[in-house]
Design a protein around this ligand. Structure first.
Ligand SMILES: Nc1nc2c(ncn2[C@@H]2O[C@H](COP(=O)(O)OP(=O)(O)OP(=O)(O)O)[C@@H](O)[C@H]2O)c(=O)[nH]1
Length: 292
């Protein structure tokens, strides 16, 4: 019977052949498990949480921080020992790993291997969040667009249902904007829309969100709000419009409608209330215009 002799039968004990096995702290099954677990994460927060869980079990990680073009994300606590590791081929991205204990040489090697293993997926996650950000942005004004609005509204609704926190919806529609296009051209109309977006943005807190809904309609989502907050923001926007040179030059005004989330209501109901208030405001402005 034909026998197959090994090409080199000393491979098991020769240090040259054992070198890669000695150096490797992660077995193939573990590598595969880590990769498969992280491949399902396309969102940065999800990726960071999953990585944190994997490293807490394996190395007793107590927290991590990801700095990337998609933003800075910190989870857990900062420990007594920190390792800052860059991501290959991406100078703008780094991960800080926090531990509450010293790491020995094997732990350090294990961390190196896991870091090297996970960074390609981190690059995908960052690209994905950039594409998502661009897809939810209005190209003219750089505010969020309608898709972005829907996403944020869903998030606020879920949060409000869980926590009971009240948020506010503000809808804005510029008055007689069409006349700008008709009299001064589309380009001037675009500049007015950009100026309006600036007036809105400067009137909001960092935690509020502004969107261009389409045409000359804008929307704001204001977390942790009450009716006094919404009144203050409306007043600030009108003031900012008054102070914005291009808007002031064209005597631009806008109508505003607001609504506060009421426990248990659906998004359609909140939107209808804000829209009805907007319509009322527009009617009032037009009546004032007629009597003025
Ligand atoms: N320049 C410019 N105009 C746009 C854009 N999108 C929509 N529009 C124009 O915005 C105008 C909106 O017109 P209307 O809805 O009648 O708004 P309005 O003139 O402010 O009327 P009222 O709200 O009743 O005061 C239309 O003429 C659209 O063509 C855009 O991106 N750029």
């Amino acid at each position: 019977m034909e026998q197959h002799l090994p090409f080199y039968d000393n491979a098991g004990s020769d240090s040259f052949f054992r070198f890669s096995q000695i150096d490797k702290q992660l077995g193939d099954a573990e590598r595969l498990h880590i990769l498969e677990t992280l491949l399902g994460c396309l969102d940065l927060a999800d990726f960071a949480q999953t990585l944190q869980n994997l490293l807490t079990v394996r190395l007793g990680l107590c927290g991590l921080e990801i700095q990337s073009p998609a933003g800075r994300l910190a989870l857990g606590s900062s420990g007594t020992l920190t390792r800052l590791m860059d991501c290959p081929r991406d100078t703008a991205t780094a991960i800080r790993y926090h531990f509450n204990r010293p790491l020995n040489a094997l732990d350090n090697r294990r961390l190196d291997e896991i870091h090297t293993l996970v960074t390609p997926q981190l690059r995908n996650v960052i690209r994905h969040s950039e594409i998502k950000r661009l897809a939810s942005k209005d190209h003219l004004t750089s505010l969020g667009n309608r898709a972005g609005f829907e996403e944020h509204l869903s998030r606020l609704f879920s949060h409000a249902k869980r926590s009971g926190e009240v948020f506010g919806l503000m809808v804005l529609d510029m008055d007689k904007f069409k006349a700008i296009n008709d009299s001064f051209g589309h380009q001037e109309g675009d500049n007015v829309l950009i100026a309006m977006a600036q007036a809105i943005s400067t009137s909001l807190r960092d935690t509020d969100f502004a969107f261009r809904f389409g045409g000359d309609e804008f929307c704001c989502l204001i977390p942790d709000a009450d009716s006094a907050t919404l009144q203050r923001v409306s007043h600030r926007i009108r003031q900012a419009m008054h102070n914005q040179p291009l808007l002031a030059k064209h005597h631009m005004r806008c109508s505003i409608g607001t609504g506060l989330y009421q426990s248990g209501e659906e998004r359609g109901a909140l939107f209808s209330r804000a829209d009805a208030a907007l319509y009322q405001d527009k009617q009032n402005a037009s009546l004032l215009g007629k009597t003025a």
